[in-house]
Ligand binder design. Structure first.
Ligand code: ATP
Ligand code: MG
Length: 252
């Protein structure tokens, strides 16, 4: 399965979900590829040292002689996990591919030769609905939509669903929403419960049973460049993401 972690809203937990879901799948023994499509490169840096990155996904997107295999690096300290790194240069991609007829299909074409080597591919998307996210939607078999448990949780989901429908109507008819994930949830507050009900009303059974609680260890782990499983294996964050991984495998 190729699962894109998408929501054009910033700071909703896409990167946290992408890197910890990928790590959990790898720990479960699944050969997993994490593709970083965010020019900020945050998920890359949890597994790869900056000086280890010689080529990035930008090179594969723009140089026809460069395959995805050429830019893949094994994750440090995590068996079964490989990473396609992003660098800030990725921010120039849209301008670079203007007028190229296959611009939306680049990632799909790059991934096709790798699907048997990596049965699980996780894509971390940037907070936009631009060319990078559309490439992820075209390449993906599944979408996972993280929604932050906050007042304006559902703001922007109409635009996201409209983009998904556009991609489905032509480029990728079999694209499936594997689930909607409530993140940074505080179950002690009535606001938290209200928001959860609201999200359930809109997405029904698509909402994952697993809910990611607000967790200090999850907040700290990026600063230490680690997944939650190596940074704080006994934390609530680790058990939440482990249970998400089980649900993803079951639903795939
Ligand atoms: N469950 C959680 N509990 C506490 N903090 C969290 C949790 N999940 C994510 N965070 C923190 O919230 C911030 C935003 O998370 P993250 O970077 O994963 O979001 P994002 O959607 O990828 O953001 P962007 O849109 O900028 O790419 C980060 O500082 C992260 O450490
Ligand atoms: Mg991110």
């Amino acid at each position: 399965m190729i699962v894109a972690i998408t929501n054009q809203k910033g700071g909703v937990g896409k990167t946290t979900t992408a890197l910890n879901l990928a790590a959990a799948l790898a720990i479960r023994g699944k050969q997993t590829l994490l593709i970083d499509l965010d020019p900020q490169g945050n998920s890359t840096l949890s597994f790869v040292e900056r000086d280890q990155i010689t080529a990035s996904v930008y090179d594969a997107f723009t140089d026809r002689s460069c395959s995805l295999e050429d830019v893949i690096v094994p994750a440090a300290q995590q068996d079964n996990l490989s990473v396609v790194p992003a660098r800030i240069s990725l921010a120039k991609l849209e301008a670079r591919l203007v007028g190229e007829l296959d611009a939306h299909f680049r990632l799909k074409d790059l991934l096709t030769p790798l699907t048997s080597k990596y049965p699980y591919v996780v894509i971390d998307c940037p907070p936009t609905l631009g060319l990078l996210t559309v490439n992820a939607l075209v390449a993906a078999s599944h979408l996972l939509i993280p929604i932050q448990s906050s007042y304006f949780a559902l703001e922007g989901t109409d635009d996201l669903l409209e983009t998904i429908e556009k991609v489905r109507s032509r480029a990728n008819p079999s694209l499936d929403i594997i689930g909607v994930l409530v993140t940074m949830h505080d179950k002690r507050t009535s606001l938290g419960k209200d928001i959860q009900n609201q999200i359930s009303k809109v997405f029904g059974p698509k909402v994952f049973k697993t809910i990611i609680s607000k967790n200090v260890r999850l907040e700290e782990s990026p600063a230490y460049r680690e997944s939650i499983f190596s940074f704080a294996p006994d934390s609530k964050g680790a058990s939440d993401y482990y249970s998400l991984c089980e649900e993803v495998i079951d639903r795939a």
